[in-house]
Write a protein that binds this ligand. Structure first.
Ligand SMILES: Nc1ncnc2c1ncn2[C@@H]1O[C@H](COP(=O)(O)OP(=O)(O)OP(=O)(O)O)[C@@H](O)[C@H]1O
Length: 256
């Protein structure tokens, strides 16, 4: 796979002057989590990495190519994005939505083949929404809709997965199921880069973390180096209690 590289990247957060230069590469097999308070710029970073927003400085590269100069079709064969907010106003069924994931692999005006339908159906099954295949997406619950969005990227088969709050709307079982799916994709040689509000999900599943502060400051590295209670308390402006569960830290907000 072509690794996703932030090269001297400064994200363009509206109204925020300056911004830290970021330089990191999301390598094959890695699972990155982006943590930060509301408004810190997590979605802006994700959309910049996906090529949907221009950076203020620097560039995003896929392998040795600058993302800005690549055809969107080629980019979407390599990068998949699960958005935080979706506006599913177009009346489409769950299966039709999952099939959108196959579009980067079809030539213009080419119809989906039986194999594409099979891939989409398998993706729906993997996300536990196959029974909803004929339902309009607009009639689904929040968690069902989130799982369809993830199934659509699974059908897309990108090497690098970008996800904005993938655990949004998911119950505990499906949160774990989605994290297991992402871990399995990483185990198969993909890379995962996701924004998370749940610090403990990040601590449990991510091997790399990027902390994004509201003033634009950022730091990143292996998770064990980033999970420093004092840094996390500063990040969230919240006192934390750290407890050890099965040898791993779990962070709980202090009551006072
Ligand atoms: N189009 C826009 N016009 C004005 N301000 C914007 C625009 N898009 C984003 N912002 C601002 O940029 C900042 C960063 O937004 P962003 O969505 O990246 O934050 P976030 O860390 O993902 O937040 P959250 O945790 O709430 O999802 C916020 O203060 C937001 O209000």
């Amino acid at each position: 796979m072509n690794p996703l590289n932030a090269h001297n990247l400064v994200i363009d957060v509206p109204g925020r002057p300056g911004g830290q230069v970021m330089d990191f590469t999301v390598e094959k097999g890695q699972i990155w989590g982006v943590l930060g308070p509301n408004g810190a710029g997590k979605t802006t970073l994700l959309h910049t990495l996906a090529g949907l927003r221009p950076p203020r400085a620097g560039e995003v590269r896929l392998g040795s190519s600058s993302l800005a100069g690549m055809k969107r079709r080629i980019v979407s064969q390599q990068l998949g994005l699960v958005f935080q907010e979706r506006h599913d106003e177009f009346p489409a069924t769950v299966l039709e939505t999952a099939l959108i994931g196959r579009h980067p692999w079809l030539s213009p005006w080419q119809m989906e083949s039986g194999e594409d339908i099979e891939i989409a159906e398998q993706a729906l099954k993997r996300l536990d929404v196959a029974h909803l295949a004929d339902r309009l997406v607009s009639t689904l619950s929040g968690g069902e809709r989130q799982r369809v969005a993830i199934a659509t990227v699974l059908a897309q088969k990108p090497d690098t997965w970008l996800l904005d709050e993938p655990s949004n709307h998911l119950d505990l079982h499906h949160q774990v199921a989605v994290m297991q799916l992402l871990k399995a994709r990483a185990g198969d040689g993909c890379a995962v880069f996701m924004c998370l509000h749940d610090l403990n999900l990040a601590a449990r599943w991510c091997d790399h973390l990027l902390l994004l502060f509201p003033n634009g400051e950022a730091c990143w590295g292996p998770a064990e180096n980033m999970l420093v209670p004092s840094a996390l308390e500063r990040l969230y402006n919240q006192t934390l209690v750290t407890v050890d569960v099965d040898g791993a830290p779990v962070f709980v907000p202090a009551q006072v």
